[in-house]
Design a binder for this molecule. Structure first.
Ligand SMILES: [Zn+2]
Ligand SMILES: [Zn+2]
Length: 245
């Protein structure tokens, strides 16, 4: 199946990404995507934008070049007690909230603590997606982590960039995560984590992995805009794309 949604894309505003939102959207249109989320790193990441960047995302058009544009963030997990670099009330106004561990922001400790930290983050109703949990630097108790996602209605990311050197060793962890998600019936999203427009929608390795893990299509929540909107609706975060320009 041709997946038409990419929910993890960085723009220039991340500080270490190199394309504008327009360039990302244009690329998405060229390759046939129907929906993208702009999810810049939040402010604890060196070079990341200040809080006002996220608070003002409501200025973004809802559609560019025929591609639906979602307003998002990749929040940094700050500690092992559920701390994130986000603030009320603007976090509740974003369409997509990814939460991730990054070694530039938090020191890795041990499997038990990484897992407890993830479970604490999942307590936040506004968090939608756990970013690149296959990262071996932040090893997890995979069955417990997936159960947490199921209990809290969170989606788990299979991050295509993780298989290209940035988070070496992610493949085997992601395969195990995907198999466990099938067992427990937890939704997955395939994302590019693009930091430059030519990478938008690049999901080949993630697609290969979910085939290898035997993930049924209905568990891929990023397969279509409708499937993702239905997920948002299920948590009372309905998108109204008609209202805005
Ligand atoms: Zn980045
Ligand atoms: Zn990340």
């Amino acid at each position: 199946m041709n997946h038409t949604v990419d929910l993890h894309i960085h723009s220039l505003s991340s500080g270490h990404a190199y394309s504008t939102i327009e360039e990302n959207a244009r690329r998405a249109a060229e390759i046939g995507l129907k929906m993208i989320a702009i999810t810049d790193h939040s402010f604890a990441m060196p070079g990341g934008p200040q809080w006002i960047h996220f608070a003002a995302l409501t200025m973004l058009p809802r559609n560019l070049y025929g591609v639906e544009i979602l307003r998002g963030i990749e929040a940094n997990i700050l500690d092992y007690q559920g701390g994130l670099d986000v603030e009320k009330p603007w976090i509740d106004k974003l369409d997509v909230v990814i939460a991730s561990y990054h070694d530039l922001v938090i020191n890795a400790t041990n499997r038990l603590q990484h897992t407890e930290g993830m479970l604490a983050v999942m307590e936040h109703p506004f968090v939608d997606i756990i970013g690149h949990p296959g990262n071996p630097a932040f090893e997890l108790d995979i069955p417990a982590f997936v159960k947490g996602a199921r209990d809290h209605n969170k989606l788990i990311e299979i991050n295509n960039s993780s298989f290209k050197g940035t988070r070496k060793g992610s493949y085997d962890n992601c395969l195990e995560i995907a198999r466990e998600a099938v067992k427990q019936g937890v939704g997955l999203v395939l994302s590019s984590d693009a930091h430059v427009s030519v990478k938008v929608g690049q999901l080949n390795q993630s697609q290969g992995l979910i085939e290898a893990a035997g993930v049924p299509e209905e568990l891929i929540i990023s397969r279509s805009p409708q499937a993702f909107k239905q997920y948002l609706f299920s948590k009372g975060k309905a998108l109204d794309l008609k209202k805005s320009s």
